[in-house]
Design a protein around this ligand. Structure first.
Ligand code: NA7
Length: 898
């Protein structure tokens, strides 16, 4: 009888038995399951936990391979819900071993008397939602079925081991071990020929210890990994002092941090530091032996920018080359195919040095893949390695494996979770799935989970779920289910977040790439632990946004909607500004507002290096105007972009958009000349417009002297600067030049009316407010002048203008007048492309290296400028950005094409 049929009969048998009725069933008795049990019981729910193993511990029960340790400092990898528990348990080492961690879970289980509600040796074989009774029915391979109101998967992210996927495994007659299912009895490898397949954390932790025992160790490596020496020992005194000095404060900081470990956010960017400074920081991190530290504390751009990351990766590679004596082995061990941190880096003890031992050989599977495993050997394209033992350290079907693959889960209408997740996991918050009422996942795909200190993320999820169940009970609700709208919104937010970090650039178990045939995509939430927590809290304070709640005796409640519509980094910026509780900028007066902007700009990341920056003056209509010229590092002459800064015709100067000008200079490979036009109230309309036009004409006429190409120039601007750029194009057409090849208008002011919807929808809360715009207009221009096309270019003649690229942002009062201008240009026969940037605000694109999700828009702007100048598409990196979907959708207006 085939296995599947045996399984089916077994399930059928248990499902007919009398079911155990509980409020909540929890699957798993690991870190999450134990805490769930404790909290649920305390809250008065009846609970059973079902656990396949014969004791508590979850992943720490199974992963008993030599060298298994935690790789987050153990003081951080602990329960924090009970200060008494914290005082009662002392870790013996900075990174505890698996036996010590398992003892800890035993200690916790005893302390709260948890075992009495855990059914061990019990595998759930199926879970079905019964709509009539509004309960889940679980069948198991041991004991009665379970009927529960709520079903909580506390199954862990890395608990379903991946099959070896290598031909002939079953033919091998020697000993076979899996790191993720290591025997409980001692394994004696002394004097044996051992093969280890896999060099992730498990391989890297176990290889040095196996090498000490085995006669001969052959390591089969598919992808080299970055491994940092743990420097294990006692917990570092500085971290202990921080924790013990203010335990509650330390824990709270962890909860609101990005990773779940309290380290400050780095502000210095890599290009601001000298080689020596970078090296010093790296050496300090190497000596600290802390993954979270080295992943976050070197420089601000290390995890978000390819160049900033490459600087870390290269220093790492130097270390590997210095430790490993054989250059060929060193080269094979050196990772080149992924950014540092995009694949889970490892923490090791003597890993690289192990390859200097005479009994250790590395086989590089990239050069000689395994062809077959025979009764006594592993054969590659180039050699046959005879072995007595094979250790598979080949990892897990991560994140979704334990939830989806282990047993069928059938939700409302008979829909199975594996169907719903066929193209990748869909969830709301990584906690719930639409169509699966009353089902929760602890640290499921879509939550920070494996990209965080799991201890913090588990506690946050458990607390959130149990608090919700209590609230539901109080209000008489018996079902809770995510809506499709909320879930689709979360998928969009997840996709936006995945643009923040470099995880999407590597093929890893984070993306499902390690399992053949698995859908690909970044599965954990990359927006950070603290931001995630605040979103979960917002959902509650927003009346359970995105959830449908129902109960027999209460009216159904559904507060449908998307929880985050802003880009994740825009949300952070706006939250930060809100916390600052600034008075309205207009209340400062013109000079006060200028001082504020200067101070604000001083605290932003410095713009990136360009070939040369030159300050100068040019003759304006009746006064000299300052300018700042940004020259690319490439040989000239280059086309010239005349740039006008933002600031409502009142604020800013030729330097105030410095990072954006540098970014455009680098991406376009063109000279950018930022013009210091005169401001109101000292110089009211039409001074700024006339200065802008005069500057463009002078720059075009003196292109050669500036090192630029002769011929047409381009114009660009942001906000009021985009207004000046648009006006300049109209004046240049009407006044006989200069010739302009194209205009880039970023969030332009184009009209003096305030009745378009975006003015009301985004009147406040997005930094540029409606009242600030009123103030700018009042200072710049009297009502009588406002309809002049030099103030409101939308009211001018648009025929015959240069091609345009118009950028508008969703959460900007100026959005609709920008769109109106693009549409009017198109209607007038001007070739125009439009970028409607979803989730962005007025300042998104000029906040370079702060609003990282703005990169796609900036890539498109630079490409548009290059097209206008007749240049081929830009750098490979930029094209790569576009190819990898880093760019927001753009649409060309039909009329323009004609
Ligand atoms: P990982 O990190 O997934 O490592 C598995 C390793 O096994 C990795 O080097 C894989 O190479 C390799 N592998 C997987 N399948 C094969 C086949 N078929 N042939 C050759 N090599 C293979 O799992 P770990 O158990 O080490 O660690 C899991 C997590 O636990 C870890 O990240 C920590 O969070 C704790 P690949 O890189 O896929 O090319």
């Amino acid at each position: 009888m085939p296995d599947a049929m045996v399984d089916a009969r077994a399930s059928h048998a248990t499902s007919n038995a009398n079911a155990l009725e509980v409020d909540v069933a929890v699957v798993g008795a690991g870190f999450a399951g134990l805490y769930l049990l404790h909290r649920l019981r305390k809250a008065g729910f009846t609970v059973v936990a079902l656990e396949e193993a014969d004791d508590v511990g979850g992943t720490w029960y199974w992963n008993r391979y030599p060298g298994a340790r935690c790789d987050i400092q153990t003081i951080d990898y602990s329960y924090t819900f009970d200060p008494e528990l914290e005082r009662a348990w002392q870790w013996s080492e900075k990174y505890a071993t698996q036996p010590e961690i398992l003892r800890y879970f035993g200690f916790v289980a005893d302390r709260y008397d948890l075992r009495r509600d855990i059914r061990f040796h019990t595998k759930v074989t199926a879970a079905n939602w019964d709509q009539a009774s509004e309960r889940w029915r679980l069948t198991t391979d041991h004991g009665a079925a379970v009927s529960c109101r709520y079903y909580i998967m506390a199954t862990g992210c890395l608990s379903a081991p991946k099959p070896p996927e290598i031909d002939g495994v079953k033919d091998f007659t020697g000993e076979v071990y899996f790191t993720g299912r290591w025997p409980h009895q001692p394994v004696n490898l002394a004097g044996k020929r051992v093969a280890v397949i896999g060099t992730g954390s498990s391989g890297i932790q176990s290889i040095p210890l196996i090498a000490e025992q085995a006669a001969q160790l052959t390591v089969f490596q598919r992808t080299p990994n970055f491994a940092l020496p743990a420097h294990n020992g006692a917990s570092p005194t500085d971290r202990m002092a921080l924790l013990e000095g203010d335990r509650a404060g330390y824990r709270e900081q962890a909860r609101w941090s990005l990773t779940g470990v309290p380290w400050p956010q780095q502000l210095a960017v890599s290009w601001q530091l000298s080689d020596a400074e970078r090296r010093e920081r790296f050496e300090k991190a190497w000596a600290a032996g802390d993954l979270v530290y080295i992943l976050t504390q070197l420089w601000a751009d290390q995890g978000v920018d390819v160049d900033g990351n490459a600087r870390v990766a290269e220093l790492f590679r130097e270390k590997i080359r210095a430790i490993v004596k054989d250059p060929e082995t060193a080269a094979a061990l050196t990772p080149h195919d992924h950014p540092f941190g995009a694949k889970r880096p490892c923490l090791d003890t003597n890993y690289y040095a192990t390859y200097n031992r005479p009994n250790v050989t590395l086989v590089n599977l990239r050069q000689e893949p395994i062809k077959q495993i025979t009764a006594s050997s592993i054969k590659t394209d180039k050699r046959t390695v005879d072995v007595d033992v094979i250790v598979f350290a080949t990892g897990f079907d991560a994140m979704t494996g334990a939830i989806m693959a282990v047993h069928p889960i059938t939700g409302r209408g008979g829909k199975s979770l594996s169907e719903v997740w066929a193209n990748g996991p869909q969830s709301y918050l990584g906690l719930t799935v639409a169509g699966f009422p009353n089902l929760f996942m602890i640290t499921g795909p879509g939550s920070p989970s494996v990209l965080s200190n799991m201890a913090v993320s588990i506690e946050q999820h458990v607390d959130w779920v149990v608090d919700r169940l209590i609230a539901l009970r109080e209000k008489g609700f018996t079902t809770i289910e995510a809506t499709e709208t909320a879930q689709a919104g979360w998928a969009r937010h997840m996709a936006d977040c995945s643009m923040l970090t470099l995880h999407r650039l590597a093929n890893t178990w984070y993306t499902g790439a390690n399992v053949p045939g698995k859908a690909q995509g970044v599965m954990p939430y990359t927006g950070g632990v603290g931001p995630y927590r605040s979103i979960c809290n917002e959902i509650v304070s927003g009346g359970m946004l995105g959830f449908k709640l129902s109960g027999q005796n209460v009216a159904e409640q559904c507060n449908d909607g998307e929880v985050v519509r802003l880009q994740p980094d825009v949300r952070l910026v706006l939250n930060m500004l809100e916390e600052m509780k600034l008075p309205p900028i207009e209340s400062f007066g013109a000079q006060g507002a200028r001082d504020f902007v200067a101070q604000f700009n001083a605290s932003r990341p410095a713009g990136r290096p360009v070939g040369e920056v030159v300050d100068g003056t040019l003759p304006g209509p009746d006064a000299a105007l300052p300018y700042r010229l940004y020259r690319p590092a490439t040989p000239g002459p280059h086309p010239i972009v005349v740039y006008f800064h933002g600031g409502g015709w009142v604020l800013g100067d030729e330097q105030s958009d410095d990072p954006f000008c540098r970014d455009m200079c680098r991406r376009t490979g063109m000279i950018v000349v930022s013009v210091g036009y005169r401001h109101a109230p000292e110089h009211r309309f039409p001074t700024a417009a006339e200065d802008g036009f005069a500057a463009a004409r002078w720059i075009a006429e003196h292109a050669g002297e500036l090192g630029g190409q002769g011929g047409p120039v381009l114009v660009a601007g942001w906000s009021a600067g985009a207004n000046i750029a648009a006006v300049t194009c109209q004046l240049a057409r009407d006044r006989g030049g200069p010739e302009i090849a194209g205009q880039l208008l970023v969030c332009p002011v184009t009209d003096c009316t305030f009745d378009r919807p975006s003015y009301n929808e985004n009147a406040a809360g997005y930094f540029l407010t409606r009242s600030l715009m009123y103030w700018f207009w009042d200072i710049y221009c009297s009502p009588a002048d406002r309809t002049d096309p030099r103030a409101s270019p939308l009211r001018g003649k648009l025929k015959g203008l240069p091609p345009a690229f118009v950028v508008t942002c969703e959460f900007d009062p100026l959005r609709d007048e920008g769109i109106a201008y693009a549409e009017a240009l198109a209607a007038a026969g001007v070739p125009v492309e439009q970028l409607n940037a979803r989730g962005h605000f007025h300042s998104s694109f000029t906040m370079v290296d702060v609003v990282i999700t703005g990169v796609s828009g900036r890539v498109q702007m630079a490409e548009a400028l290059r097209r206008f100048a007749g240049l081929p598409p830009g750098s490979r990196q930029d094209n790569e950005d576009v190819r990898r979907g880093r760019t927001a959708p753009r649409h060309e207006i039909d009329a323009a094409a004609k």
